[in-house]
Write a protein of this length. Structure first.
Length: 266
């Protein structure tokens, strides 16, 4: 498995510094959060800016794992704004040679069957566009579709290889789903796995990996037992918790913790 971290943990940091942090601490890749007005990488970035970002990571020997969008594919409302946003993020990912775009469900209070259908319709509509550009849209286990079983319902309706899943270990745990149950339903669709740690369901401020209650060891064991050879991406939510310790000082220990979990499950 390969290790990455999300720029959610280093909000606003210039891409050159992000790439150096990754390289200096033994990470193979970075997930770039794309929030226009907040981050240096977003869909409004011009062609020259995109070339510069891609070149910066290439020079550091660090891959751009994916673009973390904030699009909600099951959200109520018209399709066109969501479809336009999906295409814009896919184009950004393609220009940066990033294989994935993260999307949220965002179904809110919509009945599950209706939310599933809306999300599937929108994802299916953009799937050929993504496939042509070598990008996969990944539905994160989150909010209205917290568990692997929830996400798999949508993905089964889509039925396109360019649409897959992002397993957020926090949300499947909050949904009461064990890693041994999550992996089998997401395995045919799995793009990568987001890892993190928290003190409890009520205390969600980010902790260094291994200092909280999330079943990271079980997750890595399940993946290893299945010979899954993908990405573990540390999403440290510093953006939402400004009093949390700086991620830069935790990266090396976090990578070493993941490596120990991987070695222990071999």
């Amino acid at each position: 498995m390969r290790f990455a971290f999300s720029t959610l943990g280093v909000p606003g940091l210039p891409v050159g510094q992000v790439a150096r942090l990754a390289a200096d601490n033994g990470f193979h890749g970075v997930e770039l959060r794309a929030a226009e007005g907040e981050e240096p990488v977003h869909t409004g970035l011009d062609a020259a800016g995109r070339r510069e970002v891609a070149a910066t990571f290439r020079a550091a020997g660090v891959e751009i794992l994916g673009i973390a969008s904030y699009l909600e594919v099951a959200a109520p409302g018209p399709d066109d704004p969501v479809l336009d946003g999906l295409r814009a993020h896919v184009a950004l990912a393609a220009d940066l040679a990033a294989p994935f775009v993260r999307v949220f469900p965002g179904g809110g209070g919509t009945p599950p069957e209706q939310a599933d259908a809306v999300a599937a319709r929108r994802l299916a509509a953009v799937a050929p566009y993504a496939a042509e550009r070598g990008v996969r849209l990944l539905l994160e286990t989150h909010d209205s579709h917290r568990t692997g079983a929830d996400a798999a319902r949508v993905l089964g309706l889509v039925g396109h290889r360019a649409v897959g899943a992002l397993w957020d270990v926090l949300h499947t745990w909050l949904g009461g789903e064990e890693p041994s149950a999550t992996y089998p339903v997401l395995a045919p669709h799995l793009g990568y796995v987001q890892v993190k740690d928290v003190a409890s369901a009520e205390e969600s401020a980010p902790l260094p990996l291994g200092q909280g209650v999330l079943p990271l060891a079980e997750c890595v064991e399940v993946l290893s037992r299945a010979d899954w050879d993908g990405w573990l991406c540390w999403e440290y939510e510093k953006r939402w918790y400004p009093r949390a310790p700086e991620l830069a000082g935790l990266l090396r220990a976090g990578r070493e913790h993941l490596a120990r979990l991987l070695a222990g499950s071999a």
